[in-house]
Design a protein around this ligand. Structure first.
Ligand code: GDP
Ligand code: MG
Length: 186
């Protein structure tokens, strides 16, 4: 049933092709990009993950009764949004992650949102961007309020979620699946 993968935006995809959705996970180091990616792919929380490892992972998912090959690029930037070319043209959607217990990571993710806003303007295409406040299990150490996150997402026209890579799998899966749904809507 599944033929060769083909990058496309879902509409009118011949049945022999498996639609692909390329998601790029961005954010400053330590915000939990790899932990979220690994959780989505394996249902497990891996607490120590090589912070410099950047890779693309694939998972065949069934979302709203439609199969899709979800590819996730787990990025590992050292200094914010530099050398973005490697993912800007590849991406069908972006997930920008910060950690709710770290204001620096929230400030850092604004740089990504700004870079993406410029890119979207330049290509005249509405590539969906989701903003994720990770580590909600660290509520006691919260530095970024939920409303700060929500208003930043609203400012950049993206959906907002608070999640945790070490709590339930389904909430993490829902965020990735919603990202695919957003891409399908475009
Ligand atoms: P990355 O640099 O953005 O890829 O961040 P990592 O995924 O490597 O995570 C950085 C650190 O935060 C690691 O020590 C993880 O164990 C931890 N971490 C990631 N996600 C969560 C989370 O949801 N809750 C908690 N408490 N720790 C997390
Ligand atoms: Mg990482």
């Amino acid at each position: 049933m599944f033929g060769k993968g083909k990058t496309c935006h879902f509409a009118a995809v011949p049945e022999r092709y498996l639609a692909e959705c390329n998601l790029v996970v961005l954010g400053v180091m330590g915000s939990g990009k790899s932990a979220l990616t690994v959780k989505f792919l394996t249902k497990r929380f891996i607490s120590e993950y090589d912070p410099n490892l950047e890779d693309i992972y694939s998972s065949e998912e069934m979302i709203d009764h439609q199969p899709v090959m979800v590819k996730v690029m787990d990025t590992a930037d050292q200094d914010g949004p530099v050398n973005c070319e490697r993912y800007l043209s590849w991406a069908s959607g972006f997930m920008v992650v910060y950690s709710i217990d770290n204001m620096q990571s929230f400030k850092g993710c604004q740089r990504y949102l700004e870079a993406l806003a410029l890119h979207r303007k330049a290509i005249h295409l509405d590539v969906p961007v989701l903003l994720l406040g990770n580590k909600v299990d660290m509520e006691r150490y919260r530095q970024v309020s939920k409303s700060e996150g929500a208003s930043l997402a609203a400012r950049f026209g993206g959906q907002f979620y608070e999640v945790s890579a070490c709590l339930d799998f389904l909430s993490v899966q829902r965020v990735f699946h919603d990202a695919v749904r957003e891409v399908r809507r475009e």
